[in-house]
Design a protein. Structure first.
Length: 125
């Protein structure tokens, strides 16, 4: 299986990465098929240079990104973010208003019950 992943280059304690397409079983800094771009985490904001056309091509051919590569591809807008689709937002939004409504009704009942005995005592006096 093909993976899109980061290949570490650079000095000690100064990592610099190249995003490459490689076989899943190949070593991290071993053989690869193509370089897709580079990533420098030390710059602020981190520097990302990416050949988007080639990345889309490899993704369409079934290459799976590693976790780190997936984050970079999301920032570049090549992969959609899960959980941010239109179908999941309304469900979460619908659940949020119901929970406070239910919790606000529950305390109201004991307050009314407490008010009734107080009124009963006041009317008895």
């Amino acid at each position: 299986m093909l993976r899109i992943r980061l290949r570490r280059i650079g000095k000690k304690r100064q990592p610099y990465y190249r995003m490459v397409v490689a076989e899943q079983l190949a070593p991290r800094d071993g053989a690869f098929l193509e370089t897709l771009g580079s990533y420098d985490p030390h710059q602020d904001p981190p520097y990302i240079k990416l050949n988007e056309e080639r990345a889309k091509t490899w993704l369409s051919h079934g290459a799976q990104p590693s976790q780190a590569a997936e984050k970079i591809l999301r920032r570049a807008g090549l992969i959609s973010t899960p959980g941010r689709g239109g179908s999941q937002k309304p469900a979460a939004a619908a659940a949020t208003p119901e929970a406070p409504a239910a919790s606000s009704e529950a305390p109201a009942e004991p307050a009314e019950a407490a008010a009734d005995p107080g009124e009963a005592e006041a009317s008895e006096s």
